[in-house]
Design a protein around this ligand. Structure first.
Ligand code: NOJ
Length: 744
């Protein structure tokens, strides 16, 4: 069976060859005319109103409503959008205030952080990215979109498409990891999933590519911190996922909190006006991050919010989330001639355009349907989808002596660890309306799948983050009685996410010591690692008999983990991010440069190396095992050379040599050996996830063209340079076959 990989499609999208947003359909032209008319009738105050976004009362224990002081502004039509107001009933009530009282009757757009599910919570985005399964990722966003839409909300502040190479940064959990190519494909899948076929459908929502831009490059991984990177790195590494999101039709963008080259992103005209709106021809609107306009005062580029509002509006920021700078100063800024009415009109046009595309002018209440809400939210189909995506996200890191999978009629299982029966931790951060009580823990999932005669023992062993070891004895005691031990350890669910940077990214508290005590019993121990970021686990990686990276999998955590533990599902995930040996290596990523003194052996001295730690991560990007084994043939190339207009076919035979049917992610990397500027040691350029039956061999074929070899050359033009290249195909970034070819 042959698999052809459509590399050309992404390459075209990446290079900007196709651009959906430039072609205005008939529908679009009609919308523009309607906007012209509205703009001609609106007062300046009403226009500025559209540019204001406020948060409702985000009480997490109940329905989310408007703050009383906002009611009057809503009635006057001085608010264009609300966030954190959800539910068919709440949103209808608030929409009514606008539709029944305001002069222009312009519907509100409701936004909410639906990051990995609305109420049916899916794996954290980083974990889901480990599936390398674009269909599954799109389906997950589709479910999240349908539940959100059924609950009255039109807009999610997702996907976060920030590339992140620093695991100290808590928000690494929200993205797709360290790689631009994988991250770009995942960005597109998520945008398509949220936005569906047509925003006018009543189960689709507008997506938001965030945070624009380079937020993931915060110095020391400390959230909100300074970013200082070259324009080349910005364009090559950080901007591409945003660009492909535009080409996939994403409706909105959100600015980032960080500065870039001394200019905060919220007031950065180079990013927003020049790159996003002009070069990429983005037609949607840009919302600031929470309060980020006002934060330009702290950044030290504005004296006060009047100046900050001026900077933001003129940089192309269309909507102010919660800083009140536009509400309080934009009118005066126009009167003072600092912000032109044209700029205001352009911002309002963009906001109205999305409202039209959502069909809100046809029916402002179309998302407010309590019956649909009841039917859709946490439906059986959605829960099943979450379970499937969750098990696909698990990565098998180690499996000595094929401990896994275990038989479901084993006599006694000991389930141990502070994360083994903790509902609240399973959802991690950004849980939208997710309810921890709905989450299935490991203990529950295991109990649900064992035979009637299997005894399941449980002990917590210790807490996640304190120093107490008093409960170790009980854990060791039940381990001794068991045939197999399942140990769930890692971070608490709230240790990653916004404002949750960590200086040490080890397993907190005494959990590793608990593992040590359990290993000493000589019982087979399967370690389930739960974490919102890569952790530094050299000791655990060397000593755990079996290790499953489970991230935080959401509502269906325990069921999905049990599916993998008992072999109902053969793990197929691959790491979307490197696992550092220690924080001293950070940033550590597979597509680094060679340097002038690469370390080629352990005896080299004056080379790029550390005195005390290896250069390599503990687990590299693209790594992940299966219960079966795969063997790769040598690479076959269609030719040893290709011309600028040619394509080159690269193929390998992959055989399932083990005892289980299984999926493998076959990965293609390319290295440009000599360039006008230095090039990475290898870069992902294609992959294919395929099911291979026991004993079966499949041919996997990739096609590459010149655009796959292009980069920002010395003069910053994006093109391929003639010369020698290496193609690598394999099972991870560090385990590949290779072959050379030449671009003429
Ligand atoms: C701040 C976060 O940076 C952003 O990602 C989020 O969408 C907004 N707050 C709204 O909650």
């Amino acid at each position: 069976m042959k698999k052809i990989i459509p590399l050309l499609i992404l390459a075209a999208v990446m290079s900007g060859a196709c651009n959906k947003s430039t072609n205005l359909s008939e529908d679009d032209s009609a919308i523009e005319k309607k906007i012209d008319k509205l703009l001609s009738e609106m007062t300046l105050e009403e226009k500025i109103g559209q540019m204001n976004q406020y948060s409702g009362n985000s009480a997490i224990t109940g329905p989310l409503k408007a703050r009383p002081e906002q009611i009057e502004d809503l009635k006057k039509g001085w608010i264009g959008s609300m966030l954190n107001v959800v539910g068919a009933t709440n949103t209808r009530e608030m929409q009514k205030l606008v539709m029944e009282n305001s002069r222009m009757k312009i519907p509100l757009i409701f936004g909410f952080d639906v990051i990995h599910g609305y109420k049916t919570i899916f794996p954290i985005p980083l974990g889901e990215s480990a599936s390398w399964d674009l269909e599954a990722i799109e389906a997950s966003a589709r479910v999240a979109g349908s539940e959100t839409a059924a609950s009255g909300v039109h807009w999610t502040f997702a996907p976060m498409v920030d590339i992140a190479r620093d695991a100290r940064w808590g928000r690494i959990m929200e993205g797709a990891g360290e790689d631009t190519y994988l991250g770009s494909l995942i960005a597109v899948a998520r945008v398509k999933g949220f936005q569906g076929k047509d925003l006018k459908d009543n189960n689709t929502i507008v997506a938001c590519a965030k945070h624009f831009a380079a937020y993931g490059a915060a110095e020391a991984g400390r959230d909100y911190n300074t970013v200082d990177i070259s324009d080349r790195v910005l364009k090559e590494t950080y901007l591409k996922p945003f660009k492909v999101a535009v080409d996939a039709g994403v409706g909105t963008f959100m600015n980032s909190f960080n500065e870039l080259d001394g200019v905060p992103a919220t007031g950065n005209g180079y990013l927003v006006n020049s790159i996003l709106k002009k070069d990429w021809d983005f037609k949607g609107f840009v919302v600031s991050d929470w309060g980020s306009i006002g934060e330009m005062v702290n950044h030290g580029v504005a004296k006060d919010k009047y100046e900050a509002g001026n900077l933001a509006a003129n940089a192309g920021n269309d909507m102010d989330m919660e800083s009140n700078s536009y509400r309080d100063h934009l009118l005066q800024l126009v009167k003072d001639g600092k912000v032109s009415e044209k700029t205001i009109d352009e911002a309002v046009r963009r906001i109205l355009r999305i409202k039209f595309k959502l069909g809100l002018f046809d029916d402002p209440y179309k998302y407010c349907n309590e019956e649909l809400e009841k039917k859709e939210v946490m439906s059986e189909a959605n829960l099943n989808m979450a379970r499937d995506v969750s098990r696909k996200s698990i990565v098998l890191l180690k499996n000595n002596n094929q401990i896994l999978p275990i038989s479901s009629d084993v006599k006694t299982i000991a389930v141990i660890g502070p994360l083994a029966d903790s509902k609240k931790d399973m959802l991690c951060n950004w849980t939208a309306m997710g309810d921890p009580n709905d989450a299935v823990t490991v203990l529950e999932g295991i109990k649900a799948q064992v035979s009637a005669t299997t005894k399941v023992l449980y002990a917590k062993g210790c807490n996640i983050a304190d120093d107490s070891v008093t409960n170790f004895a009980q854990a060791v005691n039940i381990a001794k009685q068991a045939d197999i031990v399942i140990l769930a350890i890692g971070e608490a669910g709230n240790m990653s996410g916004e404002a949750h940077s960590r200086g040490n990214i080890n397993i907190p508290g005494r959990q590793e010591e608990l593992a040590k005590e359990l290993f000493k019993t000589g019982k087979p121990v399967v370690v389930l690692l739960m974490n919102g970021r890569p952790l530094t686990i050299p000791w655990l990686a060397a000593n755990a008999p079996a290790l499953l990276e489970c991230w935080f999998l959401g509502t269906q955590s325990g069921n999905a983990i049990a599916d993998v533990v008992f072999g109902k599902y053969n793990p197929s995930g691959k790491l979307p991010v490197s696992f550092p040996y220690s924080v001293g290596q950070i940033p550590v990523y597979y597509n680094h440069k060679n340097t002038g003194r690469p370390k080629l052996s352990d005896t080299d001295f004056y080379v790029s190396r550390f005195e005390d730690i290896p250069n390599e991560p503990v687990f590299p990007f693209g790594y992940g095992l299966s219960y079966t084994t795969f063997s790769y043939s040598d690479i076959t190339l269609s030719d040893t050379a290709m011309g600028m207009q040619d394509t080159l076919a690269i193929s390998v035979q992959v055989k399932n040599t083990g005892k289980f049917d299984g999926e493998e992610v076959v990965q293609l990397y390319i290295q440009d050996l000599v360039g006008s500027v230095t090039r990475p040691v290898k870069e992902l350029k294609g992959f294919k996830k395929l099911m291979i039956k026991v004993g079966e061999t499949q041919e996997v074929k990739f096609k590459i063209s010149t655009s796959d070899l292009a980069f920002y050359t010395k003069d910053m033009s994006f093109k391929a340079e003639p010369g020698d290249f290496k193609a690598y195909v394999g099972t991870s970034s560090s385990d590949c076959k290779e072959k050379r070819f030449t671009l003429k």
